[in-house]
Design a protein around this ligand. Structure first.
Ligand code: HEC
Length: 165
């Protein structure tokens, strides 16, 4: 039995060393982001800095990687959130999306921020400054609402929300 645990320990260490050589592709895209939400709607410096510290690592085309992302399997864990987050909403791939998508996603931003679901707990646990104050939450919510207002001012409601059958 003792021998078994010794082999198991060695096997785990070998595995841990081996996986250090496998890293997913990093979420880094150089240059200006053509479909950045700010190209279609005004984004104040305040909102920009809130998003930069609390959202963009998982919802943009550029993640600021912490040093420990160099250690596997941490990188895989972070990468999963980045991929899932970008799939849900990517602020760098927003301006080219349909009106309905844009309108709906602003609903989701309002909801997620109001309920304190975003940023993810696993993120604020490490990035303390990403834990949003009430003032920061309000700024984000007001901003998302202002985008919805702009849309409503320019387009009829049934082009923003699928009419109920
Ligand atoms: C650590 C990564 C991470 C951070 C930071 C983060 N998110 Fe997310 N976000 C995710 C993941 C993963 C999902 C999808 C799974 C889920 O909903 O929990 C998601 C889902 C969402 C959704 C849901 C979209 C939909 O249509 O249901 C919205 C909206 C959102 N995030 C907005 C934000 C905002 C705004 C911030 C900053 C205040 C933020 N997120 C910060 C990872 C992150």
């Amino acid at each position: 039995m003792k021998k078994f645990f010794k082999y198991l320990g060695v096997a785990l260490i070998v595995l841990l060393i081996a996986i250090q050589f496998f890293h997913p592709k990093k979420n880094i895209t150089e240059g200006p982001q053509q479909n950045f939400i700010g190209n279609a709607y005004p984004v104040s410096d305040d909102v920009k800095s809130i998003m930069a510290k609390a959202c963009n690592d998982c919802h943009s085309n550029n993640t600021r990687y912490p040093w420990y992302a160099k250690i596997q399997p941490v990188h895989w864990f972070l990468n999963k959130h980045i991929i899932e987050g970008k799939e849900e909403i990517n602020f760098d791939e927003f301006a080219n999306k349909s009106l309905r998508y844009q309108f709906h996603k602003m609903d989701e931003v309002i909801k997620q921020v109001k309920e304190g679901e975003m940023p993810l707990n696993s993120y604020t646990w490490i990035h303390k400054d990403a834990k949003l104050t009430d003032e920061e939450k309000n700024k984000l919510i007001n901003w998302a609402e202002s985008i919805q207002d702009t849309l409503k001012a320019h387009y009829p409601m049934d082009s923003l929300v699928r009419p109920k059958k």
